[in-house]
Design a protein around this ligand. Sequence first.
Ligand code: NAP
Length: 288
Amino acid sequence: MPITSDTAVAAIFGDPIEHSKSPAMHNAAYAALGMSRTYAAFRVTAGNLGPALRAIHPLGIVGVNLTVPHKQAAARIIKDLSGEARMLGAVNCVVNRRGVLRGDNTDARGLERDLRDLGCELRGRLAIVIGAGGGAASSVLACIRLGASRVVIANRTPARAVALARRFSARGARAAGEPRGLDALVDMELLADARLIVNATSMGLTTGRFARLDYNSTPTDCLFYDLIYSREPTEFIKPALAAGRRATDGAGMLVNQGELAFKLFNRVAPPAGVMRAALLKALGLLQD
Ligand code: NAP
């Protein structure tokens, strides 16, 4: 659809933002639906989050996704939060409801849906989440919802793992998170029980290397899930595949959280498969 004076706008705020595949996914869905809407990416620095959020309503922006470094800060600024955003202490989408900003979070539901699609049966099993930031919080919630009996939170800074575990136990979660340091990744006894290991850190992305992890101690049905998505297998995934384990990156979670956000912003679901195909094209994994 051509952009006209009637075209409504949705957006993503982040810093950096150039790498974001969300504009490709959302604009593909608008095109498929023939909607006069467009989705733009704005580089919003941490210091400018407040003014940028306050501009959403005056500019008539229908909804905004938030990415690094804004998710937790937005949960402190926005008053009207969904139960999930409150539980996670993080907002990844803001819906403009006639001037009232509603903060929600679709990351946990996005991961939960992808794990279900992958047939990852967690009932009564152990999941290990590496990290203690926003992505890790969403991962812990997804694991609890899928019925995991134990969720170990392994983080470089153990105090942050303790704080995240407390967040869930204070809110009466069925399986409390068990905080650990990264030593958990070489604890052979623990690894021998793991049905799922999620990387919710930026390790491998920024440092080029992943922490030491004893892949061979995991059971053969252990699924390795990296929240990072990329064209090539990530530093977390490569050794898992070499050890003969199933492994996947976070592209499915990204598509799912995007589809859920699209519905919140536009009150209509995107056509099935359109956002996924747009992501794969943007990653260079699918030709036109
Ligand atoms: P965050 O809140 O900033 O948390 C970063 C985490 O990474 C912390 O636990 C931090 O540990 C750990 N970390 C960073 N560098 C490390 C290193 N060199 N060694 C060990 N640990 C390190 O970030 P986030 O929002 O949770 O995002 C984490 C990752 O998930 C990012 O790559 C993000 O792109 C991805 N993500 C993907 C999706 C998706 O849809 N696929 C959704 C959400 C997030 P400390 O606490 O010790 O600093």
